[in-house]
Design a protein around this ligand. Structure first.
Ligand code: DX5
Ligand code: ZN
Length: 218
């Protein structure tokens, strides 16, 4: 398979120095942007205006992870603000097929996110339409949580489901990933690795990206 992509989560950046922190991670593959509404998750983060500000300060594609209740009406805000890909939670979307189609109609890549307790098979009827599946390896809401090992089997199950459907969505994994466990996550089938605290908590975030990338590609 092709080389692993590293997506720093700016949830763990210093919000007062976001421009500087975006520069630190300019050699990454994507910028992961965690949208939380204080309802689907017990935390509140960024809206479309911040996405616009991020877009002005990086050349990297913007990967918008929507941890919001009823994302179906909200995706439009992030499409307009310049998202390159948008993922919505299976648990939160009532009209998932319509929402994925809407995102695609606007030329943006689309994916579905599964919480740790949601099995892979719920994607059976939608997987052929997806550019990406995001497997949560923590319960969403906060950076710096511990990786839930059950995510490894979930990654494999998503991959099998995709193969059976003749589909090849990118598999992204989010939560608790660092240089200590990236190898097993990639070995299970991950294509895109999200890392927040591991990258922004490092003394040299750029070097940490390189270290994780080379471990992931080993
Ligand atoms: C969790 C977010 C993650 C988080 C990852 O709700 O979706 O993107 O920021 O942070 P780490 O890498 O610190 O677990
Ligand atoms: Zn995320």
């Amino acid at each position: 398979s092709s080389s692993v992509q590293i997506a720093p989560s700016i949830l763990s950046a210093d919000m007062a120095w976001l421009g500087r922190d975006l520069e630190y991670v300019s050699q990454a593959d994507l910028i992961h942007f965690d949208v939380m509404d204080g309802h689907f998750t017990g935390n509140l983060t960024f809206g479309p205006d911040i996405l616009r500000a991020v877009k002005r300060n990086t050349d990297l594609p913007l990967d918008v992870h929507m941890m919001v209740s009823d994302p179906d009406h909200m995706v439009e805000w992030f499409v307009e603000a310049g998202a390159d890909m948008i993922t919505v939670h299976w648990e939160a979307s009532t009209h998932l097929h319509r929402t994925i189609s809407f995102i695609h109609e606007h030329g943006v890549r689309a994916g579905v996110v599964l919480n740790p307790a949601t099995p892979a098979h719920v994607l059976e009827s939608i997987i052929s339409d997806l550019d990406m599946v995001l497997v949560m390896s923590v319960n969403p809401g906060f950076g710096g949580q511990r990786f839930i090992p059950g995510a490894l089997a979930k990654i494999k199950a998503v991959k099998r489901l995709a193969e059976q459907a003749g589909a090849a969505p990118l598999i992204e994994v989010d939560g608790g990933i660092s240089a200590n466990n990236i190898e097993e996550v990639v070995a299970a089938g991950a294509d895109v690795i999200v890392a927040g605290s591991a990258i922004f908590g490092a003394t040299d975030p750029a070097a940490e990206i390189e270290r994780m990338r080379s471990l992931g590609n080993a």
